[in-house]
Design a protein around this ligand. Sequence first.
Ligand SMILES: NC(=O)c1ccc[n+]([C@@H]2O[C@H](COP(=O)([O-])OP(=O)(O)OC[C@H]3O[C@@H](n4cnc5c(N)ncnc54)[C@H](O)[C@@H]3O)[C@@H](O)[C@H]2O)c1
Ligand SMILES: O=C(O)C(=O)C[C@@H](O)[C@H](O)[C@H](O)COP(=O)(O)O
Ligand SMILES: [Zn+2]
Length: 360
Amino acid sequence: MTDTAAKITVGRDEVYEVTIGSGVLAGLPAALGPKVTRVAIVHPRTLRALGRTVNQQITDAGLRPLLIEVPDGEAAKTAETLTMCWALLGQAGFTRSDAVVGLGGGAVTDLAGFVAASWLRGVAVVQVPTTLLGMVDAAVGGKTGINTAEGKNLVGAFHPPRAVICDLDALRTLPHADLVAGLAEVVKCGFIADPAILDLVERDPSAATSWDSDVLRELVERAIAVKAKVVTNDLKESGEREFLNYGHTFAHGVEQVEQYTWRHGEAVAVGMMYVARLGELAGRTPPELVARHSAALASLGLPRTYRGDRWPALLTAMGRDKKNRGDLMRFIVLDDLAAPGRLEGPEPALLEEAYRLISE
Ligand SMILES: NC(=O)c1ccc[n+]([C@@H]2O[C@H](COP(=O)([O-])OP(=O)(O)OC[C@H]3O[C@@H](n4cnc5c(N)ncnc54)[C@H](O)[C@@H]3O)[C@@H](O)[C@H]2O)c1
Ligand SMILES: O=C(O)C(=O)C[C@@H](O)[C@H](O)[C@H](O)COP(=O)(O)O
Ligand SMILES: [Zn+2]
């Protein structure tokens, strides 16, 4: 399949491009930049074959590749894996003119980004996301990091990539459930900023869940455009970037409490339902907008309820969210469609009532 690639520019001080299209992986060597000599390709076990292909591509470009295989999924985002990557870079003599490639889903791009952010206090990273979620969210914007026993993404750095290459051909092998999970972050962008996304999903949910449809491609480009605009204005999350965290306080709690057996996107879907209910209880989110959450998520086959009966553990996890300040818990809620705002210090009874509503 050949087509015209789309390009979206991100950043103000450090500007980079997100390239979206079929076959755009061919542009990886050029995207690394002129001064790079060695390239660490961090990939999950599942993408071993693709890792070898990229390894050959780097060799053919006259560069020196180093393949680093890491566990699949959240198991990659650990201090142990990070330490293993540092050891391999050290043994290979990686210098500041060398680069890291994150080839995989959001878990790998988060890890690879943090490897690059921390190695020699910062080397270049080019992100090559291979999941929908990685393309529309994780690989763009420079949030990198790992989990700790206490919670999700608690250690990390803001380290923008040198380039992001979204080759839509990668979606061919992605399990359907992972594609659908990625749509949760797309829908999130619809609710916080771009209602046209919701119109597209609602008009044809089955096209939205087809990896090679024009609808999905438009959704990818729209979601990346939302993220690009926000992170360009507020890279370090001192203002509007917090809106990208819509649904994530509860979502990260579910992921941790359920020991990362839930996909991130699935947890975000339930997290959005939770915070929509919380916003409604607080008199902020209109009931019809809550209903629209439920309908859109259901049409895609995303979960809307959490029946784990783990409220105390979830509350503890939510108490560690990065948006909190001291003892003040802070949530992103919708005052209207595409009108996000902050809910600060809601009463504990309200938090629990919202939980009860999505547990029914
Ligand atoms: N940094 C950010 O701004 C940001 C944004 C959103 C999410 N995230 C993080 O992203 C992670 C979730 O990312 P995800 O949903 O991509 O999950 P994932 O990275 O765990 O990937 C899902 C599964 O798909 C496999 N896979 C990847 N590409 C494949 C392909 N093309 N074909 C077949 N299998 C493939 C992976 O090995 C894994 O088993 C979470 O850790 C989340 O916290 C980060
Ligand atoms: O880019 C952001 O900012 C986001 O919040 C996007 C989220 O979808 C993403 O899951 C992010 O990793 C969450 O960040 P965290 O700071 O809550 O760990
Ligand atoms: Zn997310």
